[in-house]
Structure formats: structure tokens, C-alpha cells
Design a protein around this ligand. Structure first.
Ligand code: AMP
Ligand code: ZN
Length: 111
């Protein structure tokens, strides 16, 4: 996708601090961390919203969540972590390529 910053990161056109990559996802550090550890897990296929998920994408997202669970210790998140998926304007989504925020490395506030 043209002008998509995450597609450019996936293509290696702009740098990122990658911590994991396989054939269908990439995980890199968020440039403006909102927790001690703040990673972004990004499926390589470009789509912006869960509402665009067909069965194939749903299966991809399932595998993606499973992979995060498998990698939690490698990411330094053995004590727990939070996943966030911002969707649309009210959620403040700024990058319109679906991504999962992975937050942890400390106790996270939850009101
Ligand atoms: P969202 O608001 O859910 O769309 O989140 C987008 C996230 O991408 C924000 O937390 C940004 O800090 C992060 N971000 C934007 N550009 C980059 C980049 N070049 N490398 C790493 N993270 C980025
Ligand atoms: Zn994209």
C-alpha cells in the first residue's frame, strides 16, 4: 500500500527496531513507547480494520495472537502484558494498517 508507514517498514524501506519477524508478521518497538516495553505486532498483509477480516484474515489474526503468547518471554513479558488494537477515529488510530500494541515490562494502570 502506497504511503503506509507500516508497509514501508515491512518492505525495509524505512528502519525499525525489529524484535521478531516471520513470513506473516513483524514485531518492532513503538517509537513513542507508552509503557516500559511497547511493541507493535503487525501482520504483513495490509488491511486497516477488523471489519475487513474475512475467514483467511481471521485465521491469520488467530495465529498472530497465538504467536504473541509463544513469544512473551522472549519479549521480556513473562510477568504479564496488555494488548490494544485501536480501531478508527474515536480510538485515535493513526496508522491505518492493522496492528496490535503489546504493552508491559511494568505494572499497567487499569481503572
Ligand atoms: P495507533 O494510534 O494505534 O494507530 O498506533 C500507531 C503507533 O505507531 C503509535 O503508537 C506510534 O508511536 C507508532 N509509530 C508510528 N510510526 C512509527 C515508526 N516509524 N516506528 C515505530 N512505531 C511507529
Ligand atoms: Zn500497510
Amino acid at each position: 500500500m502506497e504511503n503506509c508507514i507500516f508497509c514501508k517498514i515491512i518492505a525495509g524501506e524505512i528502519p525499525s527496531a525489529k524484535v521478531y519477524e516471520d513470513e506473516e508478521i513483524v514485531v518492532f518497538k513503538d517509537i513513542e513507547p507508552k509503557a516500559k516495553i511497547h511493541l507493535l505486532c503487525v501482520p504483513k498483509e495490509h488491511f486497516a480494520y477488523l471489519s475487513e477480516a474475512d475467514d483467511k484474515r481471521a485465521a491469520l489474526l488467530g495465529r498472530t495472537l497465538k504467536k504473541i503468547g509463544e513469544l512473551k518471554n522472549k519479549f521480556g513479558l513473562s510477568e504479564g502484558y496488555r494488548l490494544v488494537v485501536n480501531q478508527g477515529e474515536n480510538a485515535g488510530q493513526t496508522v491505518h494498517h492493522l496492528h496490535i500494541h503489546i504493552l508491559g515490562g511494568e505494572t499497567l494502570e487499569w481503572e
